[in-house]
Design a protein around this ligand. Structure first.
Ligand code: FAD
Length: 414
């Protein structure tokens, strides 16, 4: 009898799992259920669409025919409400149900709303889906003033949209810099200057106390906790994700700000796996639980989960050094590994647009940020993957060229 695999979510994690299951088991029944109205598209590229730099067509990755050709049952516009892990059935908002032998949870997250007055007003945008990008672009085409909230990797995409669409924009940040968990002021200043050059003014020690709206309920200003008022016809908010776990309530699947899985993407419940942004996974490099919000990592987790689902035993582990790049400026930017954790850091500025910061934990390199010169990314990722004890060799790791093979051997290997 064929095995029935049900995948909830057709983002890159779910889609990569479906593709891998079909490759590994030509006889399996594979169903992919998504509440979006379109099949897998490139979520990374929707920012280029919103900026007005790319048409719709190249953003799509799979047309529905792709699923037909592989005999994968794709259910669009279908929200999964509930899973019964005893009877191994998922239930959808239409009243339909799907029995599974193996279930993959790949439902990612939804952007969080600011917990302030009028945060749901017209003209306040959150950015996750292609549909969001269409609305963001359409509104940005006509808006003259903009405010961005959320000093992280998604917030800067919204700032880039304002810049590309010629808005007079203010980027409200808590503290004294952009992405303060991963960058020092030295590194962040390179980003601040680049934003200002594009017409987006960073505003520090700020944030939003409330939004003002007009008589039609459309946002017209953001007021920060200092009482300063910023005109804003268009607002972009990117303050993090709420993971889509509501449908798992009562299922017995362990959730803790996401779904907890081991390195094989198995949850605590038999025959239930999870992959992608939603996972709190066991990171075999760090030796502890971690979370990644990146395309490459979600794709790999989907493939690892799929192999283990098909084999019915753990044949593959997730072992991955993630990376995330920003391409809005004249210089490249890359964060890799886990740049926001660690107990020690080292950094160096090489020029006005070149900077490197490394984060270490328990003597190991665990992540970092490169601005301007990405040439050492492979060396640095290799050091992370090899779990080298290098925290006492910071100077060598900050050299423009890192000679990985000639780094001192770790003390225990001497
Ligand atoms: C604008 C933007 C720019 C980005 N840029 C980069 C970048 O440069 N580099 C990078 O590495 N990463 C980037 N990312 C992050 C990257 O896109 C994500 O890490 C990745 O897409 C996560 O994939 P996923 O499959 O885990 O989740 P998702 O892509 O979020 O897919 C989950 C899917 O499940 C659906 N779903 C949720 N709940 C249910 C339910 N109950 N029933 C049915 N369906 C449901 C959702 O609608 C969604 O389609 C960016 C993200 C955005 C939004």
């Amino acid at each position: 009898m064929s095995t029935s695999h049900v995948i909830v979510g057709d983002g890159i994690a779910g889609s990569s799992a479906a593709e891998t299951i079909r490759e590994e088991d030509p006889d399996a029944d594979v169903t992919v259920i998504t509440d979006e109205g379109e099949a897998l598209y490139n979520r990374i590229l929707i920012k280029e669409f919103a900026k007005g730099k790319l048409p719709e067509a190249p953003i799509s990755i799979h047309e529905p025919e792709w699923y037909d050709e592989r005999d994968i049952d794709l259910q669009l516009n279908t929200h999964v409400d509930r899973v019964d892990t005893d009877s191994q059935t998922v239930h959808t908002h239409t009243g339909a149900s799907y029995d599974y032998d193996k279930l993959l949870v790949a439902t990612g997250g939804t952007p969080a709303q600011l917990p302030v007055e009028n945060s749901d007003a017209e003209g306040i945008h959150h950015f996750w889906t292609f549909q969001d990008a269409r609305e963001i672009k359409e509104h940005a085409d006509t808006a003259e003033t903009g405010v961005i909230v959320g000093a992280g990797l998604l917030g800067i995409d919204l700032a880039a949209v304002c810049a590309a669409q010629g808005m007079d924009a203010k980027y409200l940040m808590r503290g004294n810099r952009w992405w303060r968990y991963a960058l020092s002021l030295d590194g962040a200043e390179i980003i601040h200057d680049a934003l200002a050059e594009k017409g987006v003014e960073p505003v520090f020690d700020s944030g939003v106390d409330h939004f003002e709206v007009d008589d039609d309920g459309h946002v017209e200003a953001a007021v920060d906790p200092n009482g300063e008022r910023f005109d804003a016809e268009w607002v972009g908010v990117a303050i993090g994700l709420d993971f889509n776990t509501e449908w798992l309530h009562g299922s017995g699947i362990e959730c803790d700000d996401g779904v907890v899985v081991d390195e094989h993407m198995r949850t605590n419940v038999d025959n239930v796996y999870a992959a992608g942004d939603i996972t709190q996974f066991y990171d075999t490099i760090l030796g502890e639980r971690a979370q990644n919000g990146a395309w490459g990592s979600a794709k790999e987790q989907g493939a690892v989960a799929a192999k283990n689902m098909v084999a019915d035993e753990p044949v593959e582990s997730f072992r991955w050094v993630s990376s995330y790049s920003i391409t809005h400026f004249d210089f490249p930017f890359l964060s890799f590994g886990h740049p926001t954790i660690g107990d020690e850091t080292a950094e160096r500025k090489y020029s006005d647009t070149e900077w490197r910061r490394l984060a270490f934990k328990n003597g190991q390199l665990v992540g970092g940020v490169l601005i301007g010169d990405l040439s050492q990314q492979s060396a640095l990722k290799r050091i992370i993957r090899e779990e080298r004890q290098v925290a006492d060799q910071k100077e060598q790791l900050l050299e423009p060229e890192i000679d990985v093979d000639n780094l001192e051997a770790p003390p225990q290997a001497k």
